[in-house]
Design a protein around this ligand. Structure first.
Ligand code: FES
Length: 155
């Protein structure tokens, strides 16, 4: 084992601590093919520093409701034989931009319209009859129909 590589590599504990995740989570991400490690002479897992970015992007994306499957698809655009550079990450970012913008737009709508009638059928707010008389919106969809409609309106 290349001594320099061994020294530059990170233990699973260090990665877990720096990223704020459990060791078991790293094992899970590895099982799912989202991150990779290798084994040193002591058969211990070792990671390149770039794994910190991958795990951090996974955490951030999951907070935005991006599924592990979507993350895996996006990570497939990253090179496996070298540390991804900013051009690689830009490529990934642009593939995600549209879906992230849609999520941001939806969250903004939720933030801006949660105090009003969301068209869910509860008719529990004073203004519900104004926006959803006798739950007429149930004919148009399920769940928070008003929020869903606003989500597809251009931002
Ligand atoms: S908030 Fe539920 S129908 Fe208005």
């Amino acid at each position: 084992m290349d001594k320099k590589l061994e020294e530059a590599s990170l233990t699973v504990g260090k990665v877990a601590k720096r990223c704020g995740v459990k060791v078991s989570t790293l094992h899970f991400y590895e099982e799912k093919g989202l991150i990779r490690s290798w084994r040193n002479q002591g058969n211990q897992r070792r990671y390149k520093a770039e794994v910190l970015r991958r795990v951090s992007v996974i955490k951030a994306a999951k907070k935005m409701g991006v599924s592990l499957q979507e993350i895996k698809q996006a990570f497939a655009s990253l090179p496996n034989n070298r540390t991804p550079d900013s051009a690689d990450w830009e490529k990934l970012a642009s593939s995600w931009r549209e879906s992230l913008n849609a999520r941001i737009h939806y969250l903004e709508n939720l933030r801006d319209h949660l105090s009003g009638c969301i068209g869910c059928g509860c008719l529990s707010l004073k203004r519900c009859p104004l926006y959803n008389k006798d739950d007429e919106l149930s004919a148009e969809g399920v769940g928070p129909v008003i929020l869903e409609k606003k989500a597809i309106e251009p931002a």
